[in-house]
Design a protein around this ligand. Sequence first.
Ligand code: HEM
Length: 146
Amino acid sequence: MIYPALLLAHLFAALFFIGTVFFEVLMLEGVRKHVPREMMRTIEIAIGTRARRIMPWVLLVLYSAGIGLAWHYREALAHPFSNSMGLLLTIKILLALSVLGHFLTAMTLRSKGKLKSVHFKYIHLSVFCHMVGIVLLAKTMFYLHW
Ligand code: HEM
C-alpha cells in the first residue's frame, strides 16, 4: 500500500516539476523575442519568486518519494553493472541529483543577486535535457533488458 502512495506522490510532484520546466523552456523562451527585455526580466523575477515559495516543497516530495521507491530496488541498485534495471535507475538517479545541483546553483546565484537572464536561460535548457533523459529512463528501465 505504501509503494502505490509513494508512486503517486512521486508522479504528481514530477508532473509539477517537469511541467514547469517544459513551460519555461518551450513557452517562455519562445515569447522572449516578442517582449521588451525589462518586461521579460520582471516576468522572470515574478516566476522566480513564486518558484522559490513552491518548488522546495515539490522537490521535497519528489526526492523523498523517489528515495522511498528506490528502496524497493535496492538489490538491483547495489549491483548496477550486473542488471539493466539497476544501471538505468542509477543513471536516472544521477541525472536527478544533477538537477538538484542546478536548482541549488540557481538559488545561490539568485541570493547573491548574480542570476542573470543568460544563466536563467542555460540552466533551464540544461534541466530540460535532464528531464527528457529522466522520463525516458523512468519508463524504459522496465522494458529494456540485456
Ligand atoms: C528531478 C527529479 C525526478 C524526476 C523528474 C523523476 C521522475 C520520475 C517519473 C516521471 C517516473 C515515472 C513514474 C510513473 O510512471 O508512474 C519516475 C519513476 C521512478 N523514480 Fe523518479 N524522478 C526524479 C527523482 C528520483 C529520485 C531522486 C529517485 C530515487 C532516489 C527516483 C526514483 C524513481 C523510481 C524507483 C521510479 C520507478 C517507480 C515505478 O514506476 O515503480 N526518482 N520518476
